[in-house]
Design a protein around this ligand. Sequence first.
Ligand code: ADP
Ligand code: MG
Length: 605
Amino acid sequence: MEEAKQLFRKLKIYSLLDLALIVPAAYSDTTLSQSLDIGKTVTLDAKVLESRVYNGKLRVTFVLPRFNDRRLSSTFFRTTPYHYKLFEPGSSHVIQGRLDVYKGYLQMSQPKSVKEVGRVTPKYKTVLKESEIRSLMERYITEKNLYNEGLDSKEVATLMRLHFPNSIEEVYHDSRLKPEIVEVLKFVEAFNHLKKLRGKRVDFPALAALSGDITPFVEGLPFTLTEEQQQVIGDIRKDLAREDKAARRMVVGDVGSGKTMVILASAMTALPHKSILMAPTSLLALQLYEEASKHLPKDISIALVMQGKEEGDYEEADFIIGTHALLYKEDMPSAALVMVDEQHRFGTNQRQMLEALVSGEGERKPHYIQFSATPIPRTQAMMESELIDVSLITTTPFEREVHTKVVGRESFPALLSHIKEEIARKHQVLIVYPLVEESQEVPYQSLEESRGFWEERFENVYVTHGKDKEKEEVLLQFREKGDILLATTVVEVGISLPRLTLIVIVGAERLGLATLHQLRGRVGRNGLKSWCYLFSNTPQSERLAQFSKTTNGFDIAKLDLKFRDSGDIIDGTIQSGQKFKWLDMAEDDAIICKAKERVHIQEDN
Ligand code: ADP
Ligand code: MG
């Protein structure tokens, strides 16, 4: 047992199904061949007629009793006394090797003498020795064990066939795994992954059951909540009403889908208990504070905590909004509900710090709700919802009118006059460059190279980039006074720029669709008719063409999966979710659905 454990560790596998999913890279087959297929590996009965040394090589002539005693000659280049002894005249063998023909004579160089005839043996490519991995398979991949994992009879039979076939035809068609086997592997892969996620989820009791009235807030709003907003608020209220289980939920919705209203309704639900909301930047925290002050009933006390700025008394407030400065306050009161906005913009380190916010008291934890504006494919949401509950907001409260056009160099004059028109209308323009400084590797102008061009022709040109220490200040100034903002893709424009109606993305084909979508989301925030120009040296790109046709983040997440292998993406923003060997996250919704059902059936039993 201990020995097996070590081998599992070497293989980096953690479940029986992980082992079952190690698929043979090939099979060796010692079934006797029915015909003499030239150029193929064949397995033949053979009797030694003559054996002699010739120029230091061993020459053996065999006769083939099944094929009219035809002769076959073999040469052994690397010979040992063992070979002389083995191939003594008169002895019988089953030999295996590649069959050739030379001037009408059958030949096989350096044949192997097969001991076990009629066996199909899987060949695994792992870090283990052949014998080690085979013995693991023989010991653990049994019908009984596979049934115990929750597989059905067809799945069990398929996996048994894969690891212990009677013939190669059972497994391969045209030397590839048969489709019905691949189908089962996809299912097992999804099922295994979901089971593991399920196992990782640990639920804790909540600090308090929360069911504050949200009507005063909802009735005070200048608009009605969309159906999806109401639905998600409903999901959250159900979570928060429980005391036996602290909520762990992720709300995913495109930029502009109205997540702030969901946040505010959640804070209302928490009353009379406290809630905390954390945002990744000061600008965003400030904006959330302003919106909360505007929309929440006046008797609710709100505090703002960020570096260098505080509003209200956070020790007393019902609702505390802030940046990670929150984490450093020693007298921060404990909250029954913790929320994080724009979760996708927190770094890994910061995410670990967030855990401190939800550490709770002893066994009990606060309810925890995260908000993200990175739409994920439905398949990924289905997977992740094993670990954390997921709510999707797939529509926006009002249709934004954003036109997307892919343009090449020759369209630049037209683009320039469009920019002038927008500025004349008191609108603003954002131009996104791939890099700050010139680089050999990037076939586009950099921010610094282009800067002069814009500054000569336009007034009120502002420039910022990711490493710019002043960027928040520049953005605030641009919002008030700017016409054109030059930036790089890494600059996070956290604030809303309501007059922004035109964005140009230089070198768009180099970016993942998720990034393009985030960038495009900056324009038309207030319903003004807007344009997104994808400037590219390869304007005929199919990926960009498809992107131009939709503005729905969830459709784009799916497109991103579809074009995953298209190779022209450099920013690595492709959804970096789980990598699967068999499962296709773009296509296999139905399989994942089935696997999910199975995981849950198993749990109920
Ligand atoms: P998100 O945080 O999801 O990007 P916001 O919460 O900032 O989106 O909402 C975007 C804009 O939509 C805001 O100006 C907000 O006031 C407005 N809004 C939100 N919900 C509605 C609604 N149901 N009807 C009309 N406008 C809404
Ligand atoms: Mg938001």
